[in-house]
Ligand binder design. Structure first.
Ligand code: DAH
Length: 345
């Protein structure tokens, strides 16, 4: 055996022995460079040195070196396969998912209590044949006051001071009642409409007053219609909203756009009329205003009061929501405090 052949045999033995101790593919790459690398590999060094040998030896050693090269490469690939499989198994072990862990809940949004109440109110009236409309919050003096028989200098305006967009002409509506006019201008009787929405008043804020709040307007116009129909509709509403035992009472009142006018109360849902803090010891809760639509208002929209008559009413939505949910401060509805709002999930 020539010196080169002995060198080759020793190299092969060393390489094979080392290969068995390699535990990572990185280690294997490094091993490969060391023995089989083109530039600095030990085997390449031997191959490069072949030129110095006499012709017959050159061929013999060359063939032997090639055999070693092929063998080592084969062994390296086999080892690589084993190491890859090991590494994959280890990664799987590390990345194991515990699918039995409870998920993190996604908190879903929900309706604002006033929206919910508004929809409940609308549903009740819809079952009685009323249709739900919307109207503009920025209103003209004409619709908000004049067409409702509240002329420029009428004292009824004092209770409804508001925010003016164009003083004397354009304002933020103080009531949903202007929609009575807007609806009658657009439809012929019979009319059964409700209009929920925001209203605005320049109001000192306290636990039961806000400068922005919500009303729902009701309007029914037909050839035959009496105050007892009004009473029936209001009573039915109270029963559906607050339970079949609720009682309603009407008190005479004054509104420029109705004649006669009445305010209606419901017996206190907290004390059933006995008297408590909620009803200020009267046994009754104020619910809204109402009346038979004034003939002047009917004439103003081109309805003949000799043929048509009707009733109208207005309810405060916050008031209803406060009673339904036992909320004692109206300001909670607009403060956007999640501790309050998330109770209405
Ligand atoms: N708009 C009135 C207010 O805000 C409430 C009202 C009273 C509405 C009588 C009506 C009605 O439709 O007939 O105080």
């Amino acid at each position: 055996m020539t010196e080169e052949e002995q060198q080759l045999a020793a190299l092969r033995e060393r390489a094979v022995a080392e290969l068995a101790t390699i535990e990572t593919t990185d280690g294997l790459d490094e091993w490969r460079l060391r023995y089989l690398g083109r530039e600095r590999g030990e085997l390449s060094a031997i191959l490069k040195g072949l030129g110095r040998l006499p012709g017959d030896q050159r061929k013999q050693v060359g063939q032997a070196a090639n055999l070693v090269k092929v063998e080592l490469e084969g062994l390296a690939e086999t080892r690589r396969g084993e190491l890859r499989a090991q590494e994959r198994a280890a990664a799987l072990e590390r990345e194991q998912l515990d699918v039995t862990l409870p998920g993190r809940p996604i908190t879903r949004g929900h309706m604002h209590p006033l929206t919910r109440t508004t929809r409940q109110i609308a549903e009740i009236f819809e079952r009685m044949g009323f249709q739900t409309f919307q109207g503009p919050e920025v209103e003209t003096d004409y619709y908000n006051f004049q067409a409702l028989n509240i002329p420029q200098d009428h004292p009824a305006r004092d209770m409804q001071d508001t925010f003016w967009v164009l003083p004397g002409q354009i304002l933020l509506r103080t009531q949903t009642s202007p929609n009575q006019i807007r609806i009658m201008e657009r439809m012929r009787p019979p009319v059964r409409a409700i209009v929920p929405g925001k209203v605005y008043r320049s109001e000192a804020t306290d636990a039961s007053h806000e400068a922005v709040f919500h009303q729902v307007e009701g309007l029914l116009i037909d050839e035959t219609c009496t105050m007892s129909d009004l009473r029936g509709v209001v009573e039915r509403f109270a029963h559906e909203m607050f339970g079949a035992n609720r009682k309603i009472r009407f008190r005479p009142s004054y509104f420029p756009f109705t004649e006669p006018s009445a305010e209606f109360d419901m017996d206190c849902i907290n004390c059933d009329g006995a008297g408590c803090r909620i009803c200020k010891y009267s046994g009754w809760l104020e619910m809204g205003g109402s009346g038979m639509v004034h003939p002047k208002v009917l004439r103003g929209v081109g309805y003949d009061p000799a043929i048509y008559r009707g009733f109208a009413f207005g309810l405060g939505i916050e008031r209803i929501a406060m009673l339904r949910y036992g909320v004692e401060d109206i300001r909670l509805f607009s403060e956007n405090d999640l501790r309050f709002l998330s109770q209405f999930r």
